[in-house]
Design a protein around this ligand. Structure first.
Ligand code: ZN
Length: 331
């Protein structure tokens, strides 16, 4: 009887060990093995700079997702990327898709990063996805566009995956859906090969690739994150992001003119989505100097306006969030 009990215990212990070891293996350096790690990939180490949009999300199961690479990731060879399983592109404007990019981190100034490497017509996002053999997960009419780009770059066009509003797709342990953004989504002729691209530019027109999007990600630990993309205030921030999904972590664009500004973004966070934590993004300014918020900046205005706990996206600094959206490490 006693022997059987001990044997059962041992069997249970043996079954647990490999899973625990796997957890530690994918934890990549920080303490909270069950948290979601968020690492900003901006133009300048330790700062929040004018062109910064890119974030890497790492699920506790090791799945790594790059959101809006833009211009501040030095292509697929950027050492900060590590493995990437999926590339998200909220919309195809050049500052998100990546019409140019940095050659290396810390080039130029935080206010005016040197993004002199041209990535048209294929885009920084498509080059990274092809180089990493990653999926591209996009909404609207963008999946076919990316399939063509992956093929042109020697990648697999079948890696471009569509997920329209209301549906979801799994990449590793992460469920991904798109949500509406109130913005625009014209594709510049710079990204279109041949005479059509030239005709578009001559006519001052953009190609149609469907509406712009944001994303809701549901991680394997239960954390739900809303990535706004470029948007104004939307009805779906209430009906879908808050009421349906109950997002606990929000990444919201605060740049003004092109998107919600500091006070509008604060309203969306505090009065509509009501998450536990918020990360401001897309400030279009030198928001920090030596890691401290610059006085008089839009980022400072947002931090003063918002009541929800806010965390700055300092490039290269990994923040860990638990399932409730609370930052448990790196903030
Ligand atoms: Zn933008």
């Amino acid at each position: 009887m006693q022997m059987t009990f001990a044997a059962t215990l041992m069997a249970a212990a043996t079954a647990v060990v490999p899973a625990a070891a796997q957890d530690t293996g994918s934890a990549a350096g920080t303490a909270a093995g069950t948290g979601v790690k968020v690492t900003p990939l901006g133009s300048h180490d330790g700062e929040f700079c004018a062109r910064d949009r890119a974030l890497v999300f790492e699920d506790p199961d090791g799945t790594r997702i790059l959101y809006d690479a833009g211009r501040t990731v030095a292509g697929a060879e950027d050492a900060r990327l590590g493995d990437i399983d999926a590339v998200l592109v909220s919309h195809v404007h050049g500052d998100h898709l990546g019409d140019q990019r940095i050659e290396q981190v810390n080039a130029g100034t935080c206010a005016q990063p040197d993004t002199g490497v041209s990535t048209t017509p294929n885009s920084n996002s498509a080059e990274i996805a092809a180089g990493k053999n990653a999926k591209v997960v996009v909404g609207s009419e963008m999946a076919q566009f990316f399939a063509g780009k992956l093929k042109a770059l020697g990648g697999n066009p079948d890696d471009s995956l569509l997920v329209r509003f209301g549906g979801s797709r799994m990449v590793g342990g992460v469920a991904i859906t798109t949500v509406p953004a109130v913005h625009s989504n014209g594709l510049s002729g710079d990204f279109v090969d041949g005479p059509l691209g030239e005709h578009l530019k001559t006519a001052g027109l953009n190609a149609y690739v469907g509406p712009p999007t944001g994303y809701v990600l549901t991680f394997s630990n239960g954390l739900v994150a809303y990535l706004s993309g470029d948007t104004g205030v939307t009805a779906e921030q209430d009906t879908v992001v808050s009421k349906q999904y109950g997002a606990k972590l929000v990444v919201i664009n605060i740049g003004d003119v092109f998107t919600t500004g500091p006070s509008e973004a604060a309203h969306v966070v505090d009065a509509i989505v009501k998450p536990t934590s918020v990360i401001p993004s897309h400030a279009n300014e030198m928001a920090t100097e030596n890691g401290e918020v610059v006085a008089g900046s839009k980022t400072e205005a947002f931090l003063q306006a918002v009541e929800t706990t806010a965390h700055l996206p300092l490039s290269g600094r990994t923040m860990t969030f638990d399932e409730s959206g609370a930052c448990t490490d790196g903030c």
